[in-house]
Design a protein around this ligand. Structure first.
Ligand SMILES: NC(=O)c1ccc[n+]([C@@H]2O[C@H](COP(=O)([O-])OP(=O)(O)OC[C@H]3O[C@@H](n4cnc5c(N)ncnc54)[C@H](OP(=O)(O)O)[C@@H]3O)[C@@H](O)[C@H]2O)c1
Length: 345
C-alpha cells in the first residue's frame, strides 16, 4: 500500500484521497495544513490518517508517507515540489505543475539529479479511457481539419472578484486565471491529440485582478487551427468537436469526457464511449500507483517521462498563450531573476 501525504485541504484533495482509496492502492497517512485544526478536520475523516502537521519542513522531514499530493494555490507548487523531491518523496502535483517554463526547466533538472524520485502532473482527464478513445479516433482520421474545444464554467470565486476581492485562483500573485486553470485541460487535449502547435494567439478578457476571466485561444498547426473557448466567469454547454474530412469526432465536454461519438458524415454515428469511474480522479490515481509500485522497471520510468514530456509542452504553450495576452505572474519575475543569477554564476 502506497502511503500518501497531502498539502492543501480544499475539496479537490478530498476528491483525490477518495479516488486514491477507491483504487485500493493508496492510504492517506499524513496531512499538512497551515493550521493543525484544519489538518485534523481534514484527516480525521479518513481512518488511516495518523500524522498531522502545520509546519512544512516537519511534514517532509518526519512524515512517513512515500508520495505527496500537492493541491495548494498554483504559485506554491514549484517550491513545494522541490522540497518534496529533496526529501525523497514522490510527487503528484495538481495542474498546472509550474507557473512558467523557467520553473519547469528547474524542476526537470532537479528530477534528473534524483532519478529515483517520480513526479506526475495531475492532468486527470488524460488518464481516462474516453480521452484515449478520442486519441484513437483522431489517429483513424485520414485528415484533420481542425477542432473547437470548450471549457467554460462559472467559478463561485468569481463572485469575490465582482465584490472587489482577489481570490487565489483569480490572482496573478498566485498564478491564477482562466488559461492557467481550465486552459490546462484544453491544451492537454490539443497537444496529446495533435502535437505541439507551431504558434498560438490568445484573445483574453482581462479582469480587474490582472488575469484572464475568459478568452478564445487559437493554436495554429501547419494545416489547421484548434480553437479553445475557455472561461471562469460564464457557463457554456458546448460540446467539443474535431473535424476530419466529412467525419466529426464529438465529445460531450472537452475536459470531462463521458460521451465520445464518431460521426461519419453520412448519417452514421459510432459511440466510442467507455464507462468510467464516477470520481474523475480514479484513473490517474490508479495509473500513478501502478507506476510507483513498479518503480524499478524501465517501462514505469518511461511512462513517467512520457507524461512529464507532455507536462513540459503544455507548460510552454500556456506560457505562450499568456504572453500573447500580456498576462504576467509574480512567479515569472522571480523565476527569471533566479535563472539569470544561475547563468551569471
Ligand atoms: N484536477 C482538478 O479537477 C482540480 C480541481 C480544482 C482545483 N485543482 C487544482 O488544485 C489546486 C488547488 O486549488 P484550490 O482551488 O483548492 O486552491 P485554494 O483553495 O486557493 O487553496 C488550496 C489549499 O491551499 C492552502 N492555501 C490556500 N491559500 C494559501 C496561501 N495563501 N498560502 C498557502 N497555502 C494556502 C489551503 O489549505 P490549508 O488552509 O489547509 O493550508 C487550501 O485549502 C490548484 O492547483 C488547482 O488548479 C484541480
Amino acid at each position: 500500500m502506497l502511503k500518501l501525504g497531502i498539502i492543501g485541504t480544499n475539496w479537490i484533495t478530498e476528491q483525490f484521497v477518495n479516488a486514491a482509496h477507491e483504487t485500493g492502492k493508496w492510504q492517506l497517512t499524513s496531512v499538512y495544513s497551515r493550521t493543525l485544526d484544519k489538518a485534523h478536520q481534514f484527516g480525521d475523516k479518513f481512518a488511516s490518517t495518523s500524522e498531522f502537521f502545520d509546519n512544512l519542513d516537519d511534514f517532509f522531514d518526519q512524515g512517513s508517507f512515500d508520495t505527496v499530493y500537492i493541491a495548494s494555490p498554483n504559485s506554491l507548487h514549484f517550491e513545494q515540489c522541490k522540497q518534496a523531491i529533496l526529501a525523497g518523496k514522490d510527487v503528484v502535483v495538481e495542474k498546472p505543475a509550474c507557473s512558467n517554463p523557467f520553473e519547469m526547466k528547474a524542476l526537470i533538472q532537479l528530477l534528473r539529479q534524483h532519478p529515483d524520485t517520480f513526479l506526475f502532473e495531475a492532468a486527470r482527464h488524460v488518464h481516462e479511457p474516453n480521452f484515449r478513445a478520442v486519441a484513437k479516433a483522431v489517429e483513424s482520421l485520414n485528415v484533420v481539419q481542425g477542432a473547437t474545444l470548450t471549457y467554460a464554467k462559472y467559478s463561485s470565486r468569481y463572485d469575490q472578484v465582482l465584490a472587489g476581492k482577489e481570490p487565489n485562483i483569480f490572482s496573478p500573485d498566485f498564478s491564477g486565471g482562466c488559461v492557467q486553470d481550465l486552459g490546462v485541460y484544453l491544451v492537454y487535449d490539443a497537444i496529446v491529440w495533435f502535437g505541439m502547435p507551431s504558434s498560438v494567439d490568445y484573445h483574453a478578457t482581462i479582469l480587474e485582478t490582472g488575469v484572464d476571466g475568459k478568452g478564445i485561444a487559437v493554436l495554429h498547426y501547419p494545416d489547421f487551427d484548434v480553437t479553445l473557448n475557455l472561461a471562469k466567469n460564464v457557463n457554456s454547454y458546448l460540446p467539443g468537436e474535431i473535424y476530419g474530412l466529412k467525419e466529426t469526432i464529438r465529445m460531450d465536454h472537452s475536459g470531462d469526457l463521458n460521451k465520445v461519438v464518431l460521426d461519419d458524415g453520412n448519417g452514421h454515428q459510432k459511440d466510442l464511449s467507455v464507462k468510467q469511474a464516477d470520481n474523475p480522479m480514479v484513473a490517474e490515481a490508479n495509473e500513478f500507483a501502478d507506476v510507483l509500485n513498479d518503480k524499478d522497471s524501465n517501462d514505469a520510468k518511461q511512462l513517467e517521462e512520457d507524461w512529464l514530456a507532455y507536462a513540459v509542452q503544455v507548460n510552454k504553450v500556456l506560457y505562450q498563450l499568456r504572453q500573447s495576452a500580456n498576462i504576467k505572474f509574480k512567479a515569472d519575475k522571480v523565476a527569471k531573476e533566479v535563472e539569470e543569477e544561475n547563468n551569471e554564476s
